[in-house]
Design a protein around this ligand. Sequence first.
Ligand code: ARG
Ligand code: ASP
Length: 712
Amino acid sequence: MTKKILLSVFLLPAAMAFAQQYGGMWIPTELNEKEMKDLGMKISAKDIFNTQKPSIKDAVVQFNGGCTAEIISPKGLLLTNHHCGYGQIQAHSTVQNDLLSNGFWAKNPDGELPNPGVKVDFIVDIKEVTDQILEGTDNLVEPELTKKINKNIEVYKNSQKIESYQSIIVKSMYYGNKYYAFTTETYKDIRLVGAPPQSIGKFGSDTDNWVWPRHTGDFSMFRIYAGKDNKPAEYSKDNVPYVPKHYLPVSIKDKTENDFTFVFGFPGKTTEYLPAVAVEKIMTDIDPARIAVREVALKTLDEKMRTDSETRIKYASKYASVANYWKKWIGEVEGLKKSNAVEKKVMYEGSLVAKNHEIKATLDQLNKLYNDQAPYALNNAYYTEVVRNAETLKLAGDYYDYIASVEAGKMDDKELTKLKTKVTSFYKDYSAELDAKVTAKLLTLYANKTAPQFLPIGFAKYKDENQNVPVIEEMSKNSIITGRAQVNGATLTGDIEKAFSNQDKLIKTLKKDPIYQLYVSMKETYMKNADPQFTSLQGKIDELQKKFMAQQMATDKDRKFFPDANSTLRVTYGKVKGSTPRDAVSYGYQTHLAGVMEKYIPGDYEFDVPKKLIDLYNKKDYGIYKDKTGDVPVGFTATNHTTGGNSGSPALDANGNLVGLNFDRQWEGTMSDINYDPRFSRNIMVDTKYILFIIDKYADSKWLIDEMKVIK
Ligand code: ARG
Ligand code: ASP
């Protein structure tokens, strides 16, 4: 044994015990009840998840496939984030009646607004089904293995008796080492009840995104409607408010540091069990590549958005979504460095090998595979991000798929309508001139950062940005994809039906289009020189990751394992807590309305404050919503281990009462998706006091509060 490994083994128990302190996203049927109780929980695991009688899980739903939401009244009143309901609020907005800017509050149930297409999913039951799904797979290798598993999943699903409005979803856990079946129930009549104006619901916008101290009232309210029998039903004005099996009482008691909390929701994706080499690649190759691409796109957009308000409105939502993960990845890299994630993993691997020497072979192979894959993975990261952020190329990709589908004889009326709708809605918020600039700059980046074997022939000419901008502008002007040139006597951005009227002509023109040809050269080079190698190595990595996961679980008996997030229902728990993320910097756990006013910049698009809120602040008209400081609490942080998808999740106290609404994480801890560290990882929630204060005092919608069970 080398000195390094000896040292690591010696240091490890303390390091691991620390890292394990509260992280984890637990399957609700497998909770660490004892640890939760030791931390202060007063209810039992059965109160959280029970299929025999009502439990807290009956009040928690997945909101429209992405976020989480919870029921807070006996009449199916639903609470989620403003950024989760954003699309619906926007869809009800017009220039004359801009609900995003003004907010919206139904005066009574009749005023609630339907949202066709929006659904919520309840989890009715969870069962481990590993034996059924892995039956007869012992001696199989890929691709037979996956085929057999998929067949077993079908057999299992067909063997279960469910209602017409229910589904069964089988999900792999621990990289294919276990399988779980979820019975879900879907309600489809979901109406908008209320939303504060953006100046409250999105206060601080991109500048404050991922940042603590935070002052955003990121909430909106919906209601679930059901048929007269309380069962799911398609939208009908005769539907009635859903009567839930359970709804969350809302506590407006003061919070104290170290209070127990748990968060119940649908976290999307984490990768906590990767080998050190994988984390190192994310930190040094993948994240920096993605960040670099988005940085160029954002900077170019920002220059224009600052001087032109039409562009600012058009690109606001896109800019926010590009900026969201750009900022997240920067925080993630910093956090991985600061938490010594790679070193910690290396040490951990040393300790595993010391206990079970077979693990060494797995790790050696993983190391080799990740290193072999590195150049392809890097190209994959640059290629995907460039094509996603150079909108002109992304559009070209849609037309490329269209031609491929026509040529394969797969294009029917339905597919064609889908494509036309997709590009039409894209063109609505698209500026060809601006994107020509973004595309030119991204091509420069791609030409300079990409190894020659991954570049199309002749691509070196894009290396110089100054030459490039006019060249791409010229291509863009002569392209039908950008809507600046015509086909069939029309532009695709003007009269799409006419532009599609002669499809042979359209396809011929596309194939000669300068932007289309540029895209094809990039795509085909990527598909030939990088993608097959990348994908085939990834297949091998996945197989070994499954083995490595099983070995970790079999070897590290002291560790409590939880499966990585995969958009299934989970519980995470911890304590209300501030943090000390940097030298001499220390964060309190709670923000207040006074802090909103400290950030107030009149007329600013991120930090304006609505007049009525300023009036309430000046009059100190806080009613029962102030805390011991005399001010209204706005946000708070805790050590709950959350990720994307947990937005809108309820934060509950020791008694299972709602105390906060999860919506974000603190920047210094966003590496928690890869390496949760209780020193820096904090989830950010809106305080229930602020939510009720806004509903009652700001929106004069006391009728909604009267529906709730408020714990004072
Ligand atoms: N960072 C949070 C999450 O990942 C909130 C995002 C919405 N807000 C924004 N300014 N883009 O979803
Ligand atoms: N803001 C994220 C969401 O929308 C939550 C997070 O990443 O912490 O789900």
